[in-house]
Ligand binder design. Structure first.
Ligand SMILES: NC(=O)c1ccc[n+]([C@@H]2O[C@H](COP(=O)([O-])OP(=O)(O)OC[C@H]3O[C@@H](n4cnc5c(N)ncnc54)[C@H](OP(=O)(O)O)[C@@H]3O)[C@@H](O)[C@H]2O)c1
Length: 164
């Protein structure tokens, strides 16, 4: 049964792996979770497996490809219409480590930025908003080895500049 004042979370890239695990943990703790995935079937299958664990009241699916602006707009509308606010945003998808291609890094960091910007007005309606960004240490530009690789491609400055 839902609590009187439910908390709402959204997890990106949640049809498997760490994102799926975060959804399971949040839903088990009584948080209503929007499990999102870029592929509808994979997302619905993941939701189904959480429902089989008795978490039906706490998990809903919505498609979200973090690199697709239309999809990002659509999830923001969905959260606004269904819940009217967002308490927890977990940016799990889209910033894998070990990428040496600066264009990929920029595209993925930009995606996290766009998702966050779209959902920020709804997070601001929460009494206790949280944003969690999941990434790999290797993806950090301040990681010296990675920094060296980006610098050697002349890409670190571009990434930093374009994110300002
Ligand atoms: N696993 C580790 O040891 C580890 C260590 C440190 C940090 N991390 C970080 O933790 C996060 C999750 O890692 P993981 O191991 O759970 O990865 P994973 O099992 O490969 O899962 C990645 C998830 O992100 C989704 N995804 C990829 N691109 C997307 C997009 N454009 N829009 C929406 N969803 C997208 C994938 O969907 P599809 O199934 O459709 O591909 C999948 O659901 C990553 O940010 C990773 O860098 C992982």
């Amino acid at each position: 049964m839902l609590p009187c004042f439910p908390r709402y979370a959204l997890v990106t890239g949640a049809n498997k792996g760490i994102g799926y695990g975060i959804c399971k943990k949040l839903a088990s703790s009584g948080v209503v979770v929007v499990l999102t995935a870029r592929n509808e079937k994979r997302g619905l299958d993941a939701v189904e497996s959480l429902k089989e664990l008795g978490l039906s009241d706490f998990v809903v699916f919505h498609q979200l490809d973090v690199t697709d602006p239309t999809s990002v707009l659509s999830i923001a509308e969905f959260i606004k219409d269904q819940f009217g606010k967002l308490d927890i945003l977990v940016n799990n998808a889209g910033v894998p480590g070990g990428i040496v291609n600066g264009e990929n890094v920029l595209r993925r960091v930009r995606a996290v930025q766009k998702v966050t910007e779209a959902l920020l007005p709804l997070l601001q309606l929460s009494a206790s908003p949280r944003i969690v960004n999941v990434s790999a240490k290797l993806a950090q530009l301040k990681d010296s080895a990675q920094k060296q690789r980006h610098a050697s491609c002349g890409q670190e400055a571009t990434v930093t500049e374009q994110l300002k």
